[in-house]
Design a protein around this ligand. Sequence first.
Ligand SMILES: [Cu+2]
Length: 79
Amino acid sequence: MVEIKDFMFTPMTLTVAVGTTVTWKFDDSTQHTVTADDNSFASSPMSNGQTFTHTFSAAGTVAYHCSIHPEMTGTITVK
Ligand SMILES: [Cu+2]
């Protein structure tokens, strides 16, 4: 689970096993997105209380950001 609050992804870096479904929980006063830098997944703009999930089926490191606030970044490492 990654929480999106105060314009930050927490934790910013997360390591999961192949096949893990990661949930992002939106808990902020403004909308954000979860958008992979390589566009392998992307949410629409989501509001407080919503969630987005993505299943990571291949090993590797995926950087992501918020398309509305590009300074918000995070990384998922899949092993
Ligand atoms: Cu944002």
